[in-house]
Design a protein. Structure first.
Length: 276
């Protein structure tokens, strides 16, 4: 009997090229989940195409507090109309109660934007650059999920795994350990609120286009957890992506590897609800 895992593409709606890549991979059954950046302008035009995969893949919100513009003014967090860099967001969220209120309101707006276009609750929430686990952001995310989806039908990404599992994979080990450290305490806090999380996480990448991503993808499946989730970042490159995001050259490499990917024997692409 095969053991399931979720393979999730981040950044849907970031750009047209990233979104076309994800839609192609979904259509070929090479992904089982994707998270949408619902504050990006492309969301309005692409939501319908994504919604066609409801029931076939997990469709969620990729909460975005560091890329582009917010859905409404955030005078403290985005005073010039553009969301801050990750380090500045982390500092504001930690130090300012007023900034935390702005962040909580923007999180709610992004979740609302998903429901308004697709007419349904998201299957999951996670965060661009893992912002959903940051101190000062985490509580707002947990409170929203607990209040809106008390039945556990919407899960939350835990971007951590055990030190032993991370080291066994041998891919971007230091980076994966830092992210896991940021998520310390998330599982306990989510459990108190009855929120469901994945158990087992991989996909942290050095974003080096010279690497064999197909081989890395196989490594991400070493020592899978009982509800394992693998993230990825495929895309087609366009001028907008070059302006917007530092992760550019590896996206078509990931797309090609994912198109050729077949899970190893004993593992199967799954939706989260089918993991037990």
């Amino acid at each position: 009997m095969s053991r399931g895992f979720v393979l999730c593409a981040d950044d849907f709606a970031m750009t047209e090229g990233v979104s076309r890549s994800i839609l192609e991979l979904l259509d070929h059954g090479r992904l089982s989940a994707t998270g949408a950046m619902t504050n990006r302008p492309h969301w309005l035009g692409l939501a319908g195409a994504l919604g066609a995969f409801a029931g076939r893949a997990d469709l969620g919100v990729h909460l975005n507090l560091t890329c582009g513009a917010p859905l409404a003014p955030m005078p403290l967090v985005a005073p010039g109309g553009e969301l801050p860099a990750l380090r500045d967001l982390a500092r504001l969220a930690l130090r300012s109660a007023a900034a935390r209120r702005e962040i909580a309101a923007e999180i709610a707006r992004q979740v609302d934007a998903f429901a308004q276009r697709l007419g349904r609750a998201p299957d999951f929430l996670d965060g661009h650059q893992h912002v959903h686990v940051l101190p000062g952001v985490r509580r707002a995310v947990l409170d929203l999920v607990a209040a809106r989806y008390p039945g556990g039908e919407t899960y939350l990404r835990d971007p951590s795994d055990s030190v032993a599992a991370i080291r066994s994979r041998g891919v971007a080990v230091g980076k994966a350990l830092v992210i896991a450290g940021l998520a310390t305490g998330l599982r306990r806090a989510a459990s108190r609120r009855g929120i469901v999380l994945n158990r087992g996480f991989s996909g942290v990448s050095p974003f080096d286009p010279a690497r064999d991503f197909g081989a890395d993808l196989a490594r991400f499946l070493h020592r899978p957890g009982p509800r394992h989730l693998v993230m990825c970042h495929p895309g087609f490159v366009d001028d907008e992506l070059r302006r917007l995001d530092p992760v550019v050259a590896t996206r078509p490499v990931e797309h090609a590897a994912l198109m050729a990917f077949r899970p190893p024997e004993g593992l199967a692409l799954s939706r989260f609800r089918d993991l037990g």
